[in-house]
Design a protein around this ligand. Structure first.
Ligand code: HEM
Ligand code: HEM
Ligand SMILES: *[C@@H]1O[C@H](CO)[C@@H](O)[C@H](O)[C@H]1NC(C)=O
Ligand SMILES: *[C@@H]1O[C@H](CO)[C@@H](O)[C@H](O)[C@H]1NC(C)=O
Ligand SMILES: CC(=O)N[C@H]1CO[C@H](CO)[C@@H](O)[C@@H]1O
Ligand SMILES: CC(=O)N[C@H]1CO[C@H](CO)[C@@H](O)[C@@H]1O
Length: 408
């Protein structure tokens, strides 16, 4: 009666030891269960490499990347790449070769979302490949991948981003580095604790089981939330708030002003909640220590304060028929918030590594600021010539957004 129990206990012990062995084996593993793409990765410092025998001298140390990639044959192709996006990524794409039980490892880089192109600036070795009909597997030893300077690999990083993708299933069968591949059906980003992948020998780890080992997949919906966040806050600061600001002078409507600014503030609050949600749920931005995140929280909170100031000003104005400190703070903050909000959309795109979009947002913001100041200046001149009373020619900035003039 004891026998089966002892056996299972022994098996359990062996299994546990294997797991410990895995954990101590110093590699990381990513496995996407829906698509069956798996990769096991480690790094190894080759101090005798690079043809020099000086040993520990840092100049001759070479950090090798060793990995096994396995993808389902039915996908047509499968790949991993460095960094968190295609643009600038160093990619290893695996597809069947003309030899029915082998596979081809194609090393490529991508520009934007274009089909990646073969890259030959790499010193690597494909140790073995296989195609058993169900999956393709390859063992790769790369001698200088860690020197790649696009979306680079940091072997000490606790949050190294990687991308992966699998094909749509169209059969690829080629020995060429340049085989035509069709756009992926599935893709994603994962983060690896590279500092846990430092191996003491140059052996390629094997994909074991269907779980992650010291890697975290970035949930796919994070991207959609980022886009929602960027639209809500970008439109708010670059279009809606400036429009609301000039409506007071140009359309002479207090009503349009407060309705637009209130709705926009609500949109900002939603955009902020979305940002906090994806920053917490994701992997990459959990520390809340980037300038974009800090400025963003401050600016959005200030927009709410700004609403209260506006309301107070309005009440005071009704009673006192004149401006109070509150009015001046509202006028000053109004501009400041819009400028910092615009600056923050630029910082947001920079944080997301979209330098082109950052430049675009910056250019549009400057144009909008000029249009806004122009409209305010013009409206002020018009107001002055009509009232004829005040003849000041040099206007302090603060009077341009003067909320009083609406009720005159
Ligand atoms: C035929 C080759 C490829 C084409 C035409 C292509 C095209 C695209 C396009 C248009 C997008 C934008 C999002 C979408 O439309 O779904 C995208 C995103 C993405 N692709 Fe590719 N891709 C190719 C190969 C690859 C490979 C080999 C990888 C992985 C190593 C990869 C990983 C990704 C990832 C992670 C994203 C989301 C992040 C980003 O926008 O860069 N792609 N791809
Ligand atoms: C004035 C307020 C803000 C504006 C105008 C703004 C705007 C933007 C824009 C335009 C992007 C680029 C998104 C893309 O690539 O499509 C972005 C990205 C981002 N935002 Fe904001 N944002 C604001 C506040 C915040 C706050 C308060 C947080 C967090 C607490 C935050 C977190 C992020 C993060 C983490 C990204 C990078 C996402 C990625 O990896 O692509 N933002 N933001
Ligand atoms: C070290 O690197 C050299 C090439 O730079 C390579 O020939 C050698 O096999 C490597 N040694 C190990 C243990 O990986
Ligand atoms: C890797 O080594 C090869 C051969 O020495 C060299 O041509 C290539 O530029 C190197 N690549 C990187 C990314 O350092
Ligand atoms: C599953 C696994 O191997 N996890 C390891 C990841 O790294 C931590 C240290 O941060 C180890 O304690 C875990 O065993
Ligand atoms: C054979 C070889 O890879 N030599 C390289 C050793 O490293 C130096 C600089 O780190 C390179 O310039 C050599 O090409």
């Amino acid at each position: 009666m004891m026998f089966p129990q002892t056996t299972s206990l022994t098996l359990f012990t062996i299994w546990t030891l294997c797991q410990l062995q895995l954990a101590a084996g110093n590699f990381v593993q990513f496995y996407d269960r829906p698509s069956h793409l798996g990769v096991a990765l480690s790094t190894f410092t080759n101090s005798t490499g690079n043809g020099s025998g000086t040993g520990s001298g840092t100049g001759s140390d070479q950090n090798e990347l060793l990995f096994q990639l396995t993808v389902p044959s039915s996908a047509g192709w499968g790949a991993i790449g460095t960094g968190d996006k295609m643009d600038g990524s160093l990619m290893f794409i695996l597809y069947p070769s003309t030899d029915s039980d082998e596979a081809t490892v194609s090393v490529r880089t991508a520009h934007g979302h274009n089909t990646p192109e073969a890259f030959d600036g790499l010193q690597y070795r494909v140790l073995k490949t296989s195609n058993d009909g169900a999956s393709l597997t390859a063992d790769v030893q790369c001698f200088n991948c860690t020197k790649y300077s696009g979306n680079s690999i940091d072997i000490t990083s606790a949050k190294q981003p990687w991308i992966w993708a699998i094909g749509p299933g169209d059969p690829v069968r080629s020995n060429s580095q340049n085989a035509d591949i069709e756009q992926h059906s599935h893709y994603g980003v994962f983060f690896a604790k590279m500092d846990k992948a430092r191996a003491t020998a140059a052996s390629v780890p094997s994909v074991t089981g269907t779980f992650n080992i010291n890697t975290t997949a970035q949930p796919g919906y994070i991207n959609d939330l980022v886009v929602l966040h960027a639209i809500l806050l970008g439109v708010a600061f670059v279009i809606a708030f400036p429009l609301g600001a000039v409506s007071l002078r140009v359309f002479r409507s207090f009503k349009i002003h407060w309705i637009v600014q209130l709705c926009t503030s609500v949109a900002c609050l939603i955009g902020l909640c979305v940002a906090i949600a994806f920053s917490v749920l994701g992997v990459e931005w959990t520390d809340f220590n980037s300038a974009h995140q800090i400025i963003g929280i401050v600016v959005v909170v200030l927009t709410l304060v700004q609403g209260m100031l506006g309301y107070r000003h309005h009440m005071n104005y009704k009673n006192l028929k004149g401006r109070t400190v509150v009015s001046y703070v509202h006028i000053l903050f109004g501009r400041g918030i819009i400028w910092f909000g615009m600056l923050n959309s630029v910082l947001g795109f920079l944080l997301a590594d979209s330098n082109g979009k950052a430049a675009g947002a910056g250019a549009v913001s400057i144009i909008v600021i000029l249009l806004m100041e122009g409209a305010l200046f013009w409206a002020r001149r018009r107001g002055l010539s009509k009232s004829k009373s005040s003849s000041t020619t040099i206007l302090p900035l603060t009077t341009m957004l003067d909320p009083d003039r609406v009720w005159e």
